[in-house]
Design a protein around this ligand. Structure first.
Ligand code: NAD
Length: 244
């Protein structure tokens, strides 16, 4: 029996990077995966890859900042697949400037997509996750939800908030059969890095390389699975040693 047999996972930002690798990993281990993303074409391509490999997957267009969009995405998942067991709040965007030049628009947008989305997602999925009897939420924060870097004020504030939003929800749901944990990646080679100088990131990483999306997917799958059945409110860091 595979680790995710009979389980249904909704993964935001599943059309790219870490979310895409996580969708493929959970599907490869027997789970049914719903990719929730703004990118319809890329999301459909991930679904097609999973189905070609013999897995089960679907796509729902979701803007994670929309409360009504969340209600529709959760309803669509439960109507189509009968349940929701795993929520991976992974969609996120960053800012990349010092606080003096960060606009209020940038702040609001980054906080909405990276922080408020996690609140909206857990709220929308609460009933279904409790009904699962064995629910798991994995909120993707960042090493920058634990330490600062000197720039990206909105991203750090949002990722730090995700860390504690995770802990308080974990305590609230500890007796409800839903575990809630956060994962804190270091520099992972995905499109979110944009044109950031890779050599600079590698030089700042004790292991001397970038992380791969598949390495994050393996950790997220572990945290979402029964292998982590006594872990809740915990933070799982995988950053090549940056915060050590
Ligand atoms: P990515 O850019 O490859 O993927 C992000 C995905 O989120 C995209 O598919 C995008 O379409 C989706 N998305 C963005 N805004 C959305 C919205 N409003 N509604 C729905 N979907 C939306 O980046 P990634 O590296 O895979 O990032 C995944 C998560 O990991 C993010 O939360 C990011 O902050 C976090 N993270 C990444 C790194 C890294 O170095 N790559 C490091 C630490 C944390």
């Amino acid at each position: 029996m595979a680790r995710f047999d009979g389980r249904v996972a909704l993964i935001t930002g599943g059309a790219s990077g870490i979310g895409k690798a996580t969708a493929k990993r959970i599907a490869a281990e027997g789970g049914t995966v719903v990719i929730a993303d703004l990118q319809e074409e890329a999301g459909a391509a991930v679904v097609a890859d999973i189905v070609t490999d013999g897995g089960r997957a679907g796509f729902v267009r979701l803007d994670v900042t929309s409360e009504s969009g969340w209600a529709e995405a959760v309803d669509a998942t439960v109507s189509k697949y009968g349940r929701l067991d795993i929520l991976v709040n992974n969609a996120g965007i960053g800012d990349n400037e010092p606080i003096e030049v960060t606009t209020t628009d940038t702040w609001n947008k980054v906080v909405a997509v990276t922080q408020t989305s996690v609140f909206l997602g857990m709220k929308a999925a609460a009933e279904a996750l409790k009904a699962s009897g064995n629910g798991a939420v994995v909120n993707i924060s960042s090493m920058y939800g634990i330490v600062g870097s000197g720039v990206s004020p909105a991203y750090h504030a949002a990722k730090g908030a995700v860390r504690l939003l995770t802990k308080t929800t974990a305590l609230g749901w500890a007796k409800e059969g839903v575990r809630v944990n956060s994962v804190h990646p270091g520099f992972i080679d995905t499109p979110i890095l944009g044109d950031t100088d890779r050599d600079m990131l590698i030089a700042g990483t004790p292991m001397g390389r970038l992380g791969k999306p598949e390495e994050m997917a393996a950790l997220i799958a572990f945290v979402a699975s029964d292998d982590a059945s006594f872990a809740t409110g915990a933070e799982f860091v995988a950053d090549g040693g940056v915060t050590a």
